[in-house]
Design a binder for this molecule. Structure first.
Ligand SMILES: [Zn+2]
Length: 555
């Protein structure tokens, strides 16, 4: 894993009293080098034209003005008394961070490296026209935009304790970028956004995923939410490249936020990303740092665990004694001593799990489940829940090409049968269903190719049979095939006594070539009504996330 760090990395410096301090690079790069990382790409400032992929020329002029004379009146998020105070050379410093992430993305694109880690990057709050939350230019958004320029589909994963609002905002209407952010709820924490109902707009509805957690949520609920959502979203989205932001401020020791995540869980999350990257994104992965304000006890270990995950190396049993000796004095001076002897933390970072933490985690788990119910395709969610299919360790048939993110399936049901591209969000033939699931499929077949399918199974969560997918390959849409298949499927269960139902959320869109939401919903309604089901708005937590979600039932 390429480590992006150089002499200019420490010039991004808002001054000695600012929480985002370049002092963190001292102990952190020292520890990274101790575990075997060698800086291999030194960030340098880029031309303004590169920054203009995400920022307005007017904003660049403002930053340049402060950069030359840091005494102007507050504007564009830059203020002496705010989160982003002006400092001489701030334009070059912000541009340098952007340059580190841009050049790293290009190295990944060229295939020079599979993975790169830019710990000084991850400035996810910067907006098109405004600095925000310690962030001048949005290096992660610029790296995403660089990949989009080449037509790549980008999965952005944000583990910082603060919502990744700048990246979400810049790609909110782009169906080719899926942003995922897990963070402390904006009800209590900056930037006050990142609620579950921020799902993207227009054809990109469903491509912004937010998991706001209650203050006090610990590592178990945090990591379970990551496990629940990241692999399934990657499987449905089929990215070409993954960009991830590993802010260390979700840690229990962090002075600016209120989650109780551990370095153990952060390292595990990075290993989940690595597995997902290899399974679904051809190994292409740009990881960055982010927030993290316990610069001695937390940030060095967190960054090292990200690098070790990307380098496919085991975690050493202990932090080096020499490293602890070198930084003990400085850590003590800043009230962040003693330096931990292990990379992993004790469970719950050594804190007792009290009733308020348990209550917080129950609410956080409910949020994650609701997000999954609304924003993960039913077939993917059920296949994982029921153990039919593994989104991390499983494999597709090795000869299955995946053009433009769409799944191709080779039949296991019948050796002579193939599935056309785009029928369903995952290969039916890779499912290992069991008789008790009472899985059933109705397919439309042209010669030996499955061009459409409807699948249902006995529900795992409620009485009845759940319709899990209705899909037709793009070339055969618009001829009533889906209606005919769904009607045939429904008719085969009409005489039975189990109720048939479906929940149709934004997750059931075509993830490669989505329709406008209003058109998609009206087509879904007429499809299910045409097959004889009663259709009404979905209820409860699903509708709170996706207001257009529908429920269809045959009683
Ligand atoms: Zn890897």
């Amino acid at each position: 894993m390429l480590l992006v760090y150089g002499p200019r990395s420490t010039t991004y410096d808002f001054g000695p009293s600012h929480p985002l301090t370049p002092r963190r690079f001292g102990p952190a790069i020292d520890l990274l080098e101790a575990v075997g990382a060698v800086p291999g790409l030194a960030p340098e400032p880029v031309a303004d034209a590169e920054l203009e992929a995400c920022h307005s020329p007017g904003f660049l002029r403002v930053v340049r003005g402060f950069s030359e004379n840091p005494f102007g009146l507050p504007t564009a998020g830059i203020s002496e008394y705010g989160d982003v105070p002006p400092f001489p050379g701030m334009h070059d410093a912000g541009s340098m961070v952007a340059g580190g992430s841009l050049r790293a993305m290009e190295a990944i694109r060229r295939g020079d490296v599979e993975h790169a880690f830019h710990p000084g990057g991850g400035l996810h709050h910067a907006m098109r026209d405004r600095a925000s939350g310690f962030c001048i230019y949005n290096d992660v958004a610029l790296a995403v935009a660089r990949a989009r320029r080449d037509g790549l589909r980008v999965l952005y994963l944000d583990f910082d304790v603060h919502h990744g609002d700048g990246v979400q905002d810049l790609f909110y209407d782009d169906p080719g970028v899926l942003t995922f952010s897990i963070h402390e709820t904006g009800r209590y924490l900056f930037p006050g956004t990142g609620f579950a109902d921020e799902i993207g707009e227009g054809r990109a509805a469903g491509t912004a995923i937010n998991v706001p957690l209650q203050p006090g949520t610990g590592e178990r609920a945090w990591l379970d939410a990551v496990r629940l959502l990241v692999p399934s979203l990657a499987a449905a989205f089929r990215p070409d490249v993954v960009v991830s932001q590993h802010g260390a401020d979700s840690h229990a020791f962090d002075p600016l936020a209120h989650l109780r995540v551990t370095t153990t869980a952060m390292g595990e999350a990075a290993r989940i990303v690595d597995a997902v990257v290899h399974r679904w994104a051809g190994g292409r992965w740009l990881a960055t740092g982010g927030g993290g304000y316990d610069a001695y006890r937390v940030v060095p270990r967190s960054w090292s665990l990200v690098w070790l995950a990307g380098a496919h190396r085991d975690v050493p049993s202990q932090t080096p004694e020499a490293w602890r000796a070198r930084w003990a004095g400085e850590a003590a001076r800043y009230g962040q001593a003693p330096l931990p002897e292990t990379f992993d933390d004790p469970p719950n970072a050594g804190f007792p799990i009290d009733a308020s933490q348990q209550a917080a985690e129950e609410l956080s788990r409910e949020t994650a489940r609701a997000v999954s119910a609304a924003l993960v395709p039913a077939l993917v969610r059920e296949a994982i829940d029921r153990g039919w299919w593994d989104p991390v360790d499983g494999s597709d048939p090795p000869d299955a090409p995946v053009p433009a993110g769409a799944p191709t399936v080779h039949a296991r049901l019948d050796a002579d049968l193939r599935f056309a591209v785009g029928v369903a969000p995952l290969p039916f033939t890779s499912l290992r269903t069991r008789p008790g699931d009472r899985f059933s499929m109705t397919a439309a077949i042209v010669q030996d190719v499955v061009v459409g399918a409807v699948a249902s199974a006995a529900s795992a969560t409620s009485p009845g049979r759940q319709i899990l997918a209705v899909g037709v390959t793009p070339e055969h849409r618009g001829h009533g095939l889906a209606t005919a298949m769904l009607r045939a499927h429904v008719d085969s269960f009409r005489s039975g006594d189990e109720p048939l139902f479906a929940t149709i959320t934004v997750a059931e869109r075509d993830w490669v070539d989505p329709l406008e939401p209003s058109l998609r919903v009206s087509l879904a309604r007429s499809l299910f009504e045409g097959a004889g089901l009663a259709v009404r708005p979905a209820s409860g937590s699903i509708r709170a996330i996706d207001p257009l979600a529908l429920e269809a039932t045959l009683e």
